[in-house]
Design a binder for this molecule. Structure first.
Ligand code: FE2
Ligand code: FE2
Length: 302
């Protein structure tokens, strides 16, 4: 029941679809795979799976997915979740390369899928597609959202979906942030309290993160992204939890992206408990800017 690997993709809302697609492809070097039912599917280009689907309208998260080994694991998840009275929906074939999928909601309302994909050779291809820009990210890396109940989402991810909790910051009864992982990378899903640090009370996308091969690759990408019109918000810095190098940008479409490299791996079962959000997330300083309390929203089921 834990044969799931890393985050696979996310669908997010953007205010101006045409402008956002142009930004992600011409500006950032992602590849357009397909347009289907109003969603434009883009990938980093190192495999044939899409990484981000863009939906015109409001901004925010519509769903995210983690990869299962194969369709039989998706089947196991469906049975296990239904046995635990979690309502599920099959999404086989609904998205490019998504051969099998089961969708369900976290207690905060964020939709999650466990999926099997057609290109399962995994991510680490060295030869990018010809159509892919030189600076494009390597792959989607993790997702973070604001939730009114970190504990409820964390326990659901741990007990019903089989993720491990890597780190909790603040009181374990009422954390400021918690990090959950599928396998060994420090986090695939991060849950930030939507109240503890001055945020609003709503569930919302905080950021979708893309991974890079190196700090050089990440820096070159920032040059491209700023040139393509993004708003640079925070960085470059190093997070304490996860040990990764980060930068944060807001895209013209209205969502925050994190750019990430050097994320640590771990195997321990019990989470690290950190004193608070800043001690868990700031290795070098400065602390997060005031704008970091803001998310970009939650989309209802498409
Ligand atoms: Fe999906
Ligand atoms: Fe992050």
């Amino acid at each position: 029941m834990t044969d799931i690997h890393r985050i696979e993709h996310a669908r997010i809302g953007v205010e101006d679809l045409e402008a956002a697609v142009s930004f992600y492809t011409d500006g950032l070097g992602l590849v357009e795979f397909e347009q289907k039912d109003g969603v434009v599917y883009l990938g980093c280009g190192r495999d044939d799976n899409y990484d981000v689907g863009l939906i015109e309208g409001e901004t925010g998260i519509e769903h995210f997915a983690v990869r299962a080994t194969d369709a039989s694991v998706v089947e196991e998840y469906e049975q296990r979740l239904e046995g635990a009275d979690v309502s599920t929906e099959r999404t086989d074939g609904n998205e490019p390369g998504q051969e099998a999928g089961v969708r369900f909601s976290l207690p905060s309302g964020v939709a999650m899928e466990v999926v099997a994909v057609s290109d399962d050779k995994y991510q680490h291809f060295e030869e990018p597609k010809v159509s892919r820009g030189g600076q494009a990210p390597a792959d989607v890396n993790h997702i973070q959202f604001l939730t009114p109940d970190v504990v409820a989402d964390m326990e659901f991810l741990r007990d019903s979906v089989g993720l491990k909790i890597s780190e909790i910051a603040g009181s374990p009864d009422d954390p400021e942030i918690a990090f959950a992982r599928c396998k060994t990378f420090h986090h695939d899903v991060a849950l930030k309290s939507s109240q503890a640090l001055g945020e609003t009370d709503n569930t919302s996308l905080h950021h979708l993160a893309f991974g890079f091969d190196s700090a050089d690759h990440l820096v070159n990408f920032i040059d491209s992204a700023v040139n393509a019109g993004c708003e640079f918000e925070r960085g470059i810095g190093r997070h304490h939890g996860g040990n990764n190098i980060y930068a944060y940008i807001w895209t013209p479409g209205g969502n925050r992206l994190e750019l990430n490299t050097q994320m640590a791996t771990l195997t321990r079962e019990e989470p690290e408990i950190s004193e608070d959000y800043e001690s868990a997330t700031v290795a070098w300083g400065p602390d997060a800017p005031e704008s970091f309390t803001k998310g970009s929203g939650l989309l209802h089921k498409k």
